[in-house]
Design a protein around this ligand. Structure first.
Ligand SMILES: [Zn+2]
Length: 334
């Protein structure tokens, strides 16, 4: 819900003008002179800020932390790659859902554009729509033709693995950026830290961090009455919790069919935590760990990739730092 102030748009300037008229009347000053004084003060501040960001002192500070900023930006790009690790849920398309972005963040929205492709809509009767809301996973598999087998389990496991890293990465990235900013706080004028923080972040060269979670795939059951006057929608959003639950759901179904668990472990959030603890929160490739680098994003890697027949078993899983995992290969799930 947007605040009234945000909804006003250009109307804000009208409010400012009224405030000025009232001020000029209260203090018995000419309105024109009042506007002139305010414009002068505002202009001087803007000029100061503009010149500051061009000045040698600021550029020296920027140079001093350049490697940290580049590291942040690399992690930022890595997170964007992780978010893009979709796979084709099916060959048949059920149409494209219209999305309205109602979140309050005004960041870049690349995911939102891609999301139209991955979003699936199934037009159905009212009873299916209602049932889908009650038993989402069962109806999802049936109507969106998601097979209940090992392959599905692996794909959704990898999706959860990548999305979990992306979500953890976002938190780490924000923390890292804050620590970098804190480290130079005393060298930057108070005015800029307080009122021009966003511009400071941009001028230091940080990429925008996209905090929105709109990249999570969504499946929609939609009923529209023949007259078009009534409608109902059931959305299934594959966020971290739903992915965990869905993996458990598929696993239970397979066990029911096969009645043998074999060697399989389930790629869930619990397993991810277990593997990191087992590996003492250290990268098994470069040896770097959270003791040396507290804001290090650690990921879970299949030693033999799933695409080459590797299994989700304790022996085939290892902790890697995001840098080593990134250089190991692509995040595309086949
Ligand atoms: Zn490493």
């Amino acid at each position: 819900m947007k605040s009234i102030w945000a909804r006003l748009g250009w109307g804000k300037y009208l409010v400012y003008l009224y405030a000025l008229i009232i001020l000029s009347w209260l203090f018995d000053v000419n309105l024109f002179i009042l506007i002139l004084i305010i414009a002068l003060v505002y202009g001087s501040v803007e000029l100061f800020v503009f010149l500051y960001f061009k000045g040698g002192k600021f550029l020296a500070i920027k140079d001093g932390i350049d490697s940290h900023i580049q590291n942040c930006n690399d992690l930022n790009r890595h997170i964007e790659e992780l978010k893009n690790s979709y796979f084709d849920f099916q060959n048949q398309s059920y149409g494209i859902a219209g999305m309205i972005d109602t979140s309050k963040y005004s960041f870049q929205r690349r995911e939102l554009k891609k999301m139209h492709k991955s979003n699936q809509v199934y037009n159905c009767s009212l009873s299916i729509c209602r049932n889908a809301a009650n038993e989402p996973f069962k109806y999802l598999c049936k109507y969106f033709k998601i097979d209940i087998n090992e392959d599905t389990l692996n794909k959704f496991g990898e999706l959860l693995n990548n999305f979990s890293s992306a979500e953890e990465g976002k938190k780490i990235l924000l923390k890292e950026r804050k620590e970098i900013l804190d480290s130079i706080e005393n060298e930057i004028p108070r005015l800029i830290i307080t009122y021009y923080k966003q511009r400071l972040i941009e001028n230091l060269g940080f990429l925008q961090i996209d905090l929105s979670t709109s990249y999570f795939p969504t499946f929609t059951f939609q009923y529209v009455s023949s007259g078009g006057n009534s409608s109902m929608k059931s959305n299934i959003i594959f966020d971290i919790k739903n992915l965990n639950d869905f993996i458990q759901f598929i696993n239970n179904k397979i066990d029911y069919i096969n009645s043998s668990k074999g060697q399989r472990s389930l790629m869930t959030s619990i397993l991810r935590t277990y593997i990191k603890e087992r590996d003492k929160f250290m990268c098994r490739s470069c040896g770097n760990g959270i003791i040396n680098e507290p804001n290090l994003l650690l990921e879970i890697d299949h030693i033999i990739p799933i695409s080459r027949g590797g299994l989700t078993t304790l022996g085939n899983l290892q902790t890697l730092c995001w840098r080593c995992n990134r250089s190991k290969g692509s995040k595309i799930i086949v």
